[in-house]
Write a protein that binds this ligand. Structure first.
Ligand code: NAD
Length: 472
């Protein structure tokens, strides 16, 4: 089937509260058979995902291009290859992750042994966002399957081609009795949220996260909230300027054209250094996207006209447009905005108060680089924070005193690819973390188990509680 036929077919089905209840019942019954708990079931589903990635790479890239004009290589590197390496890691490590961990016991329980045993949570819901619509859907599902859960995925309706493709591919490659995709927007998600889940894993914005948490609270359902925020890049003058500029561009415009949760939201640098940094950014932007970036095939478009208008209005507000030092061109019909840099805009403007999530880059100048810490601290805790400097003391100070979901020093975004690092927010940028083993743990309960025999039955713990027993 062509991609447009797949999109059409999958967008026509209605889904309400009654169907949501039936779905969860069915999955819970299937989970209760114990099928998803076996190593064999988990590994076979993971292998199927791996095969799906190999066989359907072209369709996935096409869907991402349709939804976001995502350049083919960016789609491959950021979405397909990252998902593939998570899947490969889970296949390789699954036995180790599942193995009970033996811990020491105390004299109180002597003789005994104790273990931490992982168990699946049950039936879990994954709700994902539109900006990396494939990766953000499949990566948590890999965690849910590894941990032995039944899972429902609700992809974002704002990336309809990828959503439809996920529905089709999951039904083709995975166990339908325990793994399902439900497509849709607010009504369908609301119907799902009315059900009782064993965990809800949500990727999206803070406003909707509040709705998710309130729905989860009704059943005391635990949540993971993978949110966003304003991710700063603090740039010192003691840097390799060209490399720093290239890496800032990679973490802004070459990252879904700024529509990324860990993309650079704004830059802070010193007044003295700012002109050099802006020049370097302009030079490298030309090298990457040419003289007419609106025509570049290497820049994603803005996802839809709502977000296009939102970004345009950020530039129109408070005289921000007068502060443009680079870019500022737009083509509304094509939803294109060129890489745009503004300097020292009023702090009260939306561009400095809200997550930008697009190709606009404000630069804030400060007298001394240390003043940048106060700028970062004045805003809610971001999902990521970046520092560029050779100065080791400054690096240490940044790591110790900047609270953020994660940090890259002298780079942007790449910490997300290190599978032994947890990925998640802190404060307003989220709750919980995943990736690699953290994904497995996020979807598992760690059960403490004490093994005893009938020996060592000391009188001490039993009444009558005599003074003599207290002395022992
Ligand atoms: P969003 O919060 O608008 O939507 C996320 C999901 O919630 C979608 O599946 C959507 O259908 C659903 N939804 C929307 N409104 C709802 C409602 N009223 N009730 C129930 N469900 C609803 O987020 P988005 O626009 O898709 O994504 C952008 C946001 O996500 C940004 O803030 C970004 O920083 C964040 N994000 C975070 C990560 C991360 O890994 N931490 C990754 C990507 C994006």
């Amino acid at each position: 089937a062509t991609l447009s036929a797949v999109v059409k077919e999958h967008n026509t089905s209605a889904f309400d509260g009654k169907e949501a209840a039936l779905l969860v019942d069915e999955l819970r019954n299937n989970f209760n058979t114990g099928r998803t708990k076996s190593y064999q079931w988990r590994i076979s589903q993971l292998q199927n995902i791996s095969r799906m990635l190999d066989e359907k790479e072209k369709c996935i890239t096409e869907a991402l291009n349709q939804d976001l004009s995502k350049p083919e290589l960016e789609a491959f590197l950021a979405e397909i290859s990252n998902t593939k390496s998570s899947c490969t890691l889970a296949i390789k490590e699954l036995k180790n992750w599942m193995a009970p961990e033996t811990v020491e016991t105390s004299v109180t329980t002597f003789p005994s042994s104790a273990q931490i045993v992982s168990e699946p949570l049950g039936v879990v819901l994954v709700i994902s966002a539109w900006n990396f619509p494939f990766l953000l859907s499949v990566e948590p599902v890999i965690g849910a399957i590894s941990a032995g859960n039944a899972v429902v995925l609700k992809p974002s309706e704002i990336a309809p081609a990828t959503s439809a493709l996920l529905a089709k591919l999951f039904s083709e490659y995975l166990d339908k009795t325990t793994i399902r995709v439900i497509e849709g927007g607010v009504p369908e998600t609301t119907a799902l949220l009315d059900q009782k889940w064993d965990k809800i894993f949500f990727t999206g914005g803070a406003r909707v996260a509040g709705i998710i948490m309130a729905a989860a609270a009704r059943n005391l359902t635990p949540v993971v909230l993978e949110l966003g925020g304003k991710c700063p890049a603090l740039v010192d003058s003691d840097v390799n300027l060209q490399v720093a500029a290239r890496r800032i561009i990679a973490g802004k415009w070459a990252c879904n054209n700024g529509q990324a949760c860990i993309g650079v939201d704004y830059v802070i640098t010193t007044k003295d250094f700012s002109l050099k940094l802006i020049d370097a950014l302009k030079t490298e932007l030309k090298t990457f996207f040419g003289e007419t970036p609106l025509e570049s095939k290497d820049l994603s478009r803005i996802v839809n006209s709502f977000h296009f208008k939102r970004l345009e209005s950020m530039l129109k507000e408070n005289g921000v447009a007068n502060k443009i030092v680079h870019g500022g061109q737009t083509i509304e019909e094509k939803l294109k905005i060129s890489p745009t840099i503004v300097v020292d805009v009023p702090e009260a403007s939306s561009i400095m108060q809200e997550e930008i999530f697009g190709p606009l880059l404000p630069i804030v100048t400060v007298e001394k680089i240390e003043d940048g810490f106060q700028v970062i601290r004045s805003k809610p805790k971001p999902l990521a924070a970046y520092l560029f400097t050779n100065n080791k003391e400054l690096q240490e100070q940044f790591v110790q005193s900047v609270s953020a979901g994660g940090i890259s020093i002298n780079d942007t975004v790449l910490h997300v690819t290190v599978k032994d690092l947890p990925f998640g927010g802190v404060g307003e940028s989220g709750i919980g973390a995943y990736h690699g083993k953290f994904s497995y743990e996020t979807f598992s309960h760690k059960k403490g188990v004490l093994y005893r025999s009938f020996s060592g039955d000391a009188d001490l713990r039993y009444p009558p509680y005599t003074q003599k027993k207290k002395m022992v």
